[in-house]
Design a protein. Structure first.
Length: 226
């Protein structure tokens, strides 16, 4: 069965051109606004959402946050905004990837397939529970608790945390974490993204993020979890 993609952009030309490009291999539904995107996400149950940020009315930031309240459907943000602040905002809201304009259809299609592959692999994850002090990571339910209280993580944050948990106590390189999160490794771009995600994870799972006790830095290499 073909993957179903929800393409959200207020630019009708982009929706038409990219939609036609995707329809050679996927089923595509499209929306021109955040409100329409939410309705289609509820009724069509897409496998992934490609979401433009700069839209009138309900912009992509708000739409992303509301989609994440509805489900854990993978979301790729599509935008001309490329600053680190904008990327961090997208990741905090639950985006799985971030593609800046201008982009090639081939690159975005490759990113879509990578995110979908990770999503399918996550659903096939073995039933495993990792207990790390006050932190409990349930791979099958894809939940995290600290001292019995649930912690909300984005799918990408969970993948990185699970990768570290699978190698408890061992140093895991930034390239390995990037492979787990994005399926490929581009040294400068993905190393920075891994560091941003680790920072975000620490804000959520550490009692004192400035003095982490779970996710420790292995200088010049990567991270380990204890």
């Amino acid at each position: 069965m073909a993957d179903k993609i929800l393409l959200v952009d207020d630019d009708p030309t982009l929706r038409h051109l990219f939609g036609e490009f995707l329809r050679t291999t996927c089923e595509v539904v499209d929306a021109s606004s955040g409100q329409e995107a939410l309705r289609l996400a509820f009724s069509e149950h897409p496998d992934i959402v490609i979401l433009d940020v700069m839209m009138p009315g309900m912009d992509g930031w708000e739409t992303c946050a509301r989609l994440r309240e509805l489900s854990d459907v993978p979301i790729i943000l599509l935008t001309a905004k490329s600053t680190e602040t904008d990327k961090l905002r997208g990741f905090r809201l639950g985006a799985d990837d971030y593609v800046t304009k201008p982009f090639s259809f081939a690159e975005l299609t490759a990113r879509i397939q990578a995110v979908l592959a990770r999503s399918r692999a996550a659903r096939r994850a073995d039933c495993r529970v990792y207990t790390l002090g006050d932190l409990v990571i349930d791979a099958s339910r894809r939940t995290v608790e600290r001292c019995g209280e649930p912690i909300s993580l984005t799918p990408t944050e969970f993948r990185l945390l699970e990768c570290l948990a699978q190698k408890e106590g061992q140093a895991v390189s930034e390239s390995t974490l990037a492979q787990e999160a994005w399926g490929e490794y581009k040294q400068e771009e993905d190393a920075g993204s891994v560091r941003r995600y680790v920072w975000l994870l620490r804000q959520k799972i550490e009692t004192d993020p400035s003095r982490p006790k779970h996710i420790l830095t292995v200088r010049g290499f990567g991270y380990r979890i204890v």
